[in-house]
Design a protein around this ligand. Sequence first.
Ligand code: CAA
Length: 293
Amino acid sequence: KRPAGAPSPGLAKEIGKVGVVGAGLMAGQIALMFARRLEVPVVMTDLDADRAAKGLAYVRAEIDKLEAKGRASKLKAAKLRALVSASADKSVYADCDLVIEAVFEELQVKQAVFGEIEPIVSDECLLVTNTSGLSITAMASKLAHPERLVGMHFFNPVAVMPLVEIIATSSTDEETLATAYAVAKKLRKTAVGSADRPAFIVNRLLGRMLAEVTGAVDAGTPVDVADVSLDKLGLPMRPFALLELVGLQVASHLTTHLNEDLGPRFPISENLRRLAESDVPVFDAEKQGKGRL
Ligand code: CAA
């Protein structure tokens, strides 16, 4: 069934090679997912060879885990290792059909990335941002061909979270949008189309929930009490385990953006900011247990 708002799948382009900008955690997870589900070569790049190599090592370790668990046969695992590569040289994007960025969540950084990538890629290449809520229209405004830019927001852990938000701007053409939906289907994700507005749909909900729980701690509620406050809601993870999964720095950065864009209904937690700055994992997901609340 075609998702609501998706153009005819007949308009979708074939994807024969994928580029991922960045080699961090989300980038590595995204690279592996594309290789696994589209079975095409995927190349990641990062600022230097060291970071690129670290990203590739992470992906290879994830492939080892899939093989060890029987999720990928020996042959499939070997194919995946051959499909994913990493480089510090962005010219590898020249023959890609789709390049997705998963770099630091800052508009200027993403604009600079696309500014660097657009002259390298072919005219047919789709440009995709994995932003979790920055303005895609603002990214498109800097492009020579804004019609080929679309947002595909994946969630952590990418391999298991079934959802992807797809965000078109007023410039995105039908071919690009149809390809994004067709790719999401091949990746076995459920696609929901969101308007291009701050934090789209999901991060507003998550941001609000996490702000309320960290706010309770700021107001004096003990951490462990706040952490079980959502018990019986059927959430897959306790709020502080989720905060750790997202990453304290990412979460703090996210709440700052939400606060700037949407005002005081998205307050900034002083405790979260302090913890993110100190980079100490205080909310220990293992100790607090995961599983259902
Ligand atoms: N990478 C790859 N695979 C992972 C993983 C990871 N980081 N974490 C878990 N998995 C896999 C496990 O290996 C396991 O796979 P197998 O079945 O093959 O063994 C499977 O997921 C289930 O894991 P577990 O049995 O260990 O644990 P679980 O049943 O508690 O599920 C969970 C773990 C999927 C993370 C679940 O707790 C969950 O859905 N939590 C909520 C996550 C969430 O809300 N994510 C959104 C974060 S916000 C975001 O990403 C947006 C943003 O822009 C910041």
